[in-house]
Design a protein. Structure first.
Length: 255
């Protein structure tokens, strides 16, 4: 998200401790957190103890910490307030069946997309040869779903959502700013975005924007598959399926 100068710096520091926990690193120790935050272990320990007493963190038997169930409670509240599950999930499942590939639904989150929901084709559940990224974030500039969202934002807002430092995840990752902007314009012209093995190895992805009933851009929808089977023809076919699904979602989303 876009950084702003916090008014209560001590509170901001405490909340940054929570942001250290990720899908990749769900468990962290006092020493690790102190080093990352650049503060003393006693300072971190006080913050952790406070969060633990309030249910935001849980202390594990080995002394490390992980996010507590209080966070899950808040996540449930946010999820229900967004209203997406009842509006879109059956469409996602149907779309996964039609594409034969995993389908993602994500929302904009600063310079990244946050993957909120995933649907697997029933006949291939649990056997698809790539990782499930539910709950993770990934940059707009190198993902199919991210490009689909960013391309349909007002062009004058694009630079706010492209980080100054852009990582090259794969040999195909586009990091040159002018090339990224041209790719976004190309995406808008054709109506769908393509991740051509730019974020994960041997994975191609196609994404489309998702609008609400009041014509607000709210999310993106994508499907991904192994590069060997995700041919140009398959990408085009999946793009059409996704566009049809996004139209159905639009009629149900009223945010």
């Amino acid at each position: 998200m876009e950084e702003q100068t916090p008014k209560v710096k001590s509170l901001a520091k405490a909340l940054r401790v929570l942001s250290c926990f990720t899908v990749q690193e769900p468990e962290l120790g006092v020493t690790e957190l102190a080093e990352r935050m650049g503060v003393t272990k006693s300072n971190i320990h006080n913050i952790l103890s406070t969060f633990q007493s309030m249910g935001y963190l849980e202390r594990l038997p080995d002394g490390r910490y992980t996010l507590g169930l209080k966070m899950l409670e808040y996540a449930f509240i946010i999820n229900q307030h967004l209203g997406y599950p009842n509006a879109i999930y059956d469409i996602m499942v149907d779309t996964a069946g039609k594409t034969g590939e995993i389908v993602y639904f994500g929302v904009p989150y600063g310079t990244s997309v946050l993957y909120l929901y995933v649907a697997h084709p029933v006949n291939r559940f649990g056997v698809l040869p790539y990782r499930d990224i539910l709950g993770e974030t990934a940059p707009f500039y190198c993902t199919g779903i991210g490009k689909a969202i960013l391309a349909y934002m007002p062009e004058e807002e694009w630079l706010k959502h492209i980080p100054e430092q852009r990582k090259s995840y794969q040999p195909n990752t586009i990091t040159d700013l002018d090339a990224i902007l041209e790719e976004l314009r190309r995406t808008r012209r054709r109506g769908y975005a393509i991740d051509n093995v730019e974020r994960d190895p041997d994975v191609r992805c196609v994404g489309v924007p998702v609008y609400s009933a009041n014509r607000q851009l709210v999310a993106g929808l994508s499907t991904a598959g192994p590069s060997m089977t995700m041919t140009d023809g398959k990408l085009l076919e999946c793009a059409g399926i996704l566009q049809s699904a996004a139209m159905k979602m639009r009629d149900r989303i009223y945010r």
